[in-house]
Ligand binder design. Sequence first.
Ligand code: UDP
Length: 262
Amino acid sequence: MIKNRRKIHEGKAKVLYEGPKTGTIIQHFKDDATAFNGERHEIIDGKGVLNNRITEYIFLAMEEIGIATHFIKRLNMREQLIKKVEIIPLEVVVRNVIAGSLAKKLGMKEGTKLSRSIIEYYYKDDALNDPMVTDEHITAFDWATPSELEDMVATTLRVNDFLTGLFYGIGIQLVDFKLEFGRHVEDGNMRIILADEFSPDNCRLWDIKTGEKLDKDRFRQNLGGLVNAYQEVARRLGILNENGDVIDSDEKVKGDKPTLVK
Ligand code: UDP
């Protein structure tokens, strides 16, 4: 870890440091788990390492299919080098199955499959508890332009289709997830790219056979076994070595590929 570097921002689960070159940032994954807007807080040993590695895997897979992300490379067990972006203050949530706040708000049964995916937007503001907003608010308050919003929706749907299939192949149902986007300038052109992270901290993953929750609901609902669940996701993605450790360095594991579940 580089010493004496400048901290840019500390969030609930990650810290951002100034990167080695202009336009780069180091994203550090902490072991902190929070829920209910920070009301509950615990340190869960090993969570940061898993989220760093899972995010790397997913963002590299997105890049492979032509979805631009802020990810440059993983630096070590807890850190990755990312492109500096101007974060759009929105959480874009996609739902394939009814769960969480949707089930609660509308009194619906968790686990019901939706006939089509639903996209929701939340305005990122801890003091306001991230209120749900509509496209009208987003464009009226200039959080994003209509064309930026259109780009985000198109990318989100593509990510959803791609990841639904990817997780299905390893016996996991992708119930819902949250994405964040940022503005990035490259060669004088500004475009919207995927930012933040993709880990079991911000999605719901259910084992297809058993229905077991393999995501942060284990913490939210006091189910225990969070690290084991995240490890199981990493193992099925093919990114844990034989000892069950997350792979550090560029060591290639035997079959560095998702473990297909029959
Ligand atoms: N989510 C997130 N950050 C948030 C709120 C939600 O990553 O601040 C994710 C959450 O993990 C889930 C999806 O977005 O995969 C939908 O969450 P929901 O609205 O059901 O909220 P929650 O149950 O977390 O209150």
